[in-house]
Design a protein around this ligand. Sequence first.
Ligand SMILES: Nc1ncnc2c1ncn2[C@@H]1O[C@H](COP(=O)(O)OP(=O)(O)O)[C@@H](O)[C@H]1O
Ligand SMILES: [Mg+2]
Length: 453
Amino acid sequence: MIQAPKVQDMKDLTRMERIGAHSHIRGLGLDDSLEARQVSQGMVGQMEARRSAGVILNMIKEGKIAGRAILIAGQPGTGKTAIAMGMAKALGDDTPFTMMAGSEIFSLEMSKTEALTQALRRSIGVRIKEEAEIIEGEVVEIEIERSVTSGAKAGKLILKTTEMETVYDLGAKMIEQLQREKVVAGDVITIDKASSKISKLGRSFARASDYDAMGAQARFVQCPEGELEKRKEVVHTVTLHEIDVINSRAQGFLALFAGDTGEIRSEVREQIDQRVAEWREEGKAEIVPGVLFIDEVHMLDIECFSFLNRAMESDAAPIIIMATNRGFAQIRGTKYRGAHGVPIDLLDRSLIIMTRPYTEEEIRSILKIRCEEEDVEMTEEALDLLTTIGLDTSLRYSIQLITTSSLVARKRKASEVDVPDVRRVYSLFIDLKRSQQYLKEYESEYMFSEVQG
Ligand SMILES: Nc1ncnc2c1ncn2[C@@H]1O[C@H](COP(=O)(O)OP(=O)(O)O)[C@@H](O)[C@H]1O
Ligand SMILES: [Mg+2]
C-alpha cells in the first residue's frame, strides 16, 4: 500500500538552507510587468537575463509547461547561479526546486541515471489534499498535576468554542507539548487527532485586554464557532522522491533525514506513479511541476544528456534549468565538440539566456550588498579599490576579499575596513591571473605541470 507522507511529518523535515555565496539574493527583483529593477532583492544589473528568467518563472508558476529546458550561459561570475537562486526564492516553498552540480552525479554511490531520476523526482511536487480530524478551540483552563507516588504527570484541558465547552484528559505527551508550545488560557489551539500534534493559532480576541502582558508579537484570532471536533481539509506538497523514499524501506523517514536513500527499485516507482495517478483522478492530488537546476551542466556526459532528453518527454517532467560557462567545448563521453558542451538535440529544446560581464558600477553595487550581508563596514575608498580589483580580476575574487579584509581590519582594532586592509589581503591571496603568471614563471619547478592531458 503506497503511503503519502503526512503533513506533520513533513513540517519536521528541514529544507536545505542555502547560505553563503548567494545568501543576499531574495528574488529576481522584477516589477509587476516583469521588468528588472536595477537593484532589487539583492540583485544588481543583468537586466535582460533576469527579465527572461522572470518570464520563465511565470510559465512555471502557471504550471502549464513541462518538458522545457533553459540554459543560462555566460562567463564565470556573471550571476548564472545567482539568477537560478533568485528564481528558487521567487517560486516559494510550495514549488520544488532542486539544485545539483553536473559533477555530483559521478560522485554519488549510485548509477548516473538513478542519480538523475532522483533529482528529477525531487523536482516534481504532489499537492495532496487530506481530511484531518481536529479539535479546535479556545483554552479555558489547563490543570496539570504530578502524582505524589509515581511522579507521572496527568491533567485536564478545558476547551471551548462560542457554543460549547468540553473537558479533555491529558496524557504525559500532550502535557509536554502544551508546555513546549507555552499554551496558556486564552490561546486558540488545534489538536490533530491522528498525531496529537498541537498548534497554536493565536490569542483569543476576548483576551485582547491582556495585550500588554503578552507583548507586541501576539496574534489575535476569533474564538472558534460551532463544534469543537471537526474535519478540516489540509493541503500539503511533497515531492515524488519523498514518496519514493518513504515507501521504499521500513525506515523511510530516517533515510530521508540522513540523505542516504540508496537506489530505489523501479517497481516501487511504478507503483507510486500509478497511485499518484489514482489520487489525481479522485481529485485528491495535483501535480506541481518544479525546477531541476543543473549547474555546470557541461560536466554531464552523453548518457546523461540523452537520459534527460527522454525524461523531458514524460508528462510529469520538471522544468530543467542548466547553467554553463563553457563556450565551444567537448561533449563528455564523445569525441565531438558542441556549443556549451551540450549536444545539439538538447540545445534545440532549450531556451538560452545569456549573462554578460558586469560594469564597474554594477560590481560596486554587488560588493556593497555583500558587505551588508557579511556585516562588514567599509570606507568608500576601500570599496572603490575593491571594485577596481573586481573589474581587473573577477567578481568572485573581490567578494572573497570582503571577509578577509575585515579580519585584517579587526586585528588592528578598526571597526571599518580601509584601503590598507584591502591592499594587505590582495597581496596575501593571489587571484587567478597572478596565479597563472606565477605558475608560468616557475613552471619548471612544479612536478605536476609535466602531466599534461
Ligand atoms: N546580478 C547580481 N546581483 C547580485 N549578486 C550577484 C549578481 N551576479 C552575481 N552575483 C554574486 O556574485 C558571485 C558570483 O556569481 P555566480 O552566480 O556564482 O556566478 P556564475 O554562476 O555565473 O559563475 C555570487 O556570490 C553571486 O551571488
Ligand atoms: Mg555558478
